[in-house]
Write a protein that binds this ligand. Sequence first.
Ligand code: DOR
Ligand code: ZN
Length: 346
Amino acid sequence: MPKTLTITQPDDWHLHLRDGAMLQGILPESARDFGRAIIMPNLVPPVVTLADATAYHGRIINALPASSDFTPLMTLYLTETTDANDVAAAHASGLVKAVKLYPAGATTNSDSGVKNIKNVMPVLERMASIGLPLCVHGEVTDPSIDIFDREAVFIDRVLEPLRQNLPELRIIMEHVTTKDGVDYIGETEKNLAGTLTTHHLIINRNDLLVGGIKPHYYCLPIAKRESHRLALVKAATSGDPRYFLGTDSAPHSDPNKESACGCAGVFSATNTMACLAHVFETAGALDRLEKFTSLNGPAYYRLPANTAKTTLTRHDSPVIFPEKIETKAGPVTVFDPGFPLHWSTS
Ligand code: DOR
Ligand code: ZN
């Protein structure tokens, strides 16, 4: 008899779906396993207003496979000219579940992001008063700061002062990649949680760089040294309600990844649950997988958990996932965890 584990259907609290042909091609990969996902707004041009989010939501719904009941939870891209009244209207609409802070220049399509956090304080104050969460890309962009230190410096320079100024603002530190990040979250009593990606639980910077550069492991924040990865696994598998899954699955076509200046992003929507089952099984924490993928996220976002169930089955032989998803925007390579996967979902 194969081993099975039935859990509440998972959600993805950080997902890039893109638009147009790419959206059409990769959306089924997330809709297959996840009930809901927080949809990142870093399109070109970005999703800034409620009107933008409403239109993008419509395009996602139109691109869904007919039988799917996947629910996109929309976000707004915070700019220095964002209108606090529009943010409040977006929250009241029920469609928009968070606002995303990208420090300008931190990552893909972040040029319209925030240069000086002081310029967005009125919007953040309004969000704190209405209870709308802020998702944060937690890296400084100061060119003098080493890329491997950008998360830790962001905590000191931006996140801690922001939380001191506005303790009522509910914050999600996205895709935490360092022990500094998980420790910082672990010291906080309220209004701070962190998402962890599938790939940062599995790869370290050696996987990215040793033996030849692996463009499909290049993402931002960049993978860190092994001691950091171990801290992330400890946090994810702890059951602590402050940590939950945000895959940061971020498709780019292979030519855009396999290039002299390759794009940042790992596409893991297809095999994330199988990868996570492996990580939790290896850590002896399969009983806490549901908290990480299905319970902690909705609790922090003050949403009910999904009512549907997902069954994970462990197979003796490896389960074969596609190496690439073919889309009309080009092929997208699926995350290779570097070990055989033995779990499937149904
Ligand atoms: O690796 C990443 N890819 N990190 C991000 O923050 C953005 C994302 C993307 O949009 O491609
Ligand atoms: Zn992202």
